[in-house]
Design a protein around this ligand. Sequence first.
Ligand code: F0G
Length: 456
Amino acid sequence: MKTIIEPFRIKSVEPLRMTSVSEREALLKEANYNLFSLKSDDVLIDLLTDSGTSAMSTKQWAGIQMGDESYAGSPSFYRFEQALRELAPFKHIIPTHQGRAAEKILFSIIGQENDKLIIPNNTHFDTTRANIEASGSQALDLVKQEGLDPQVDLPFKGDMDLKRLRDLLETQAELVPIVMLTITNNSGGGQPVSMANIRETKALCDEFNKPLFLDACRFAENAYFIKQREAGYQDKTPKEIVQEIFSYADGMTMSAKKDALVNMGGWLALNDDNLAMKARNVLILTEGFPTYGGLSGRDLEAMAVGLEEIIEEDYLNYRISSTAYFGNALDKLGIPIVKPVGGHAVYIDARAMLPHIPPSEYPGQALAIEMYRLGGIRGCEIGTVMFGQQPDGSEKLAAMDLVRMAIPRRVYTQSHIDYCIECLEEVNANKNNLRGVNISWQPPMLRHFTCHFEPK
Ligand code: F0G
């Protein structure tokens, strides 16, 4: 059979509230055309993020019942620690309430003494960048050139540019406390990093005696791409590939809201005793005792089970194929997308799709608004609205104007996705009638969450 079915059936359902185009037009106006201001009950298909939006399994819900809420030394912590060590045998495993809390702790302990430190990565995610900058350091993106071109179809567009990393280490090694790799590269379209690149990045780190940290939110999706696309990995299990990936790392930050299949959670894991001691001290100040770190015991149980389920081959095959199914259908309709399709999301190149809307009139936002108006679908502008606002109040056009449609794990079925494809087909047919938008009000920073828009 060539149809890849969802490898689960549905035992508990959440009704979707149907709305009409005219209702949504009124709701949009009320929300000042900012999709973050919509009530999620008014959204039919919510593709705003794949973070914290997974459906948990019966086994995870059973784990919730097993959660032990002891302040110190809960068996739920040890179950979580063991499940993670099975994949990533780090010496110190420090739970946090989500990924950015792990980042905050890590950069507050490595960024203090020298305020000109540089942290290289393929591409930093926004919270990682913000936490680095808040610690006084510089966040440097060194993804290979092809990772910046939405149209080139190559297997590992998340790879680090090793030449530029070497140049950095040869000239400024003393300013680089750690090297990072984000797997998969979310800000670059959910593109994977090859095992060869992870291995070579580690070798370069060893040459300069620098620890390699993975921002590993989507490690299992990355592993499955390696299995599909990299020579020598076809016969390995996702688990073996994940284990090899982590064998090259000295530490990791993690948002368990992605590839640990839970609604809240994260961790920092590392091997260095001294850094771990400092991290636990900050953890106690900001998150909680080291065996719960801002989470309930039941959350730790759900993460332990999620870590077993995320590396199941049937799950990963469904996950990667279903995202590709969506993206490839849009590609066939002539809608420009970031290629190849990433693991967790389809990114539409709104600037290419709507060339009649100048980037200063936010084509990504115009497209996101229209998808909601016509179909009740909520995506997210990733472009000049999100990145254009400068600290001095001026505006700089972003490199690309994209709309990301992130797919929650195990939540929507193929008919939901077929509906999205149909909606986008209609948006595309009428695209010449779409108009840009103005920003009529904005806060001084992080404007995309709250600013107000006005249609032109
Ligand atoms: N790193 C990456 C690569 C991420 O994608 C995210 C979150 C984080 C770190 C931070 O984790 O949200 O648990 O604090 N990405 C979400 C998204 C928000 O929609 O892409 P967090």
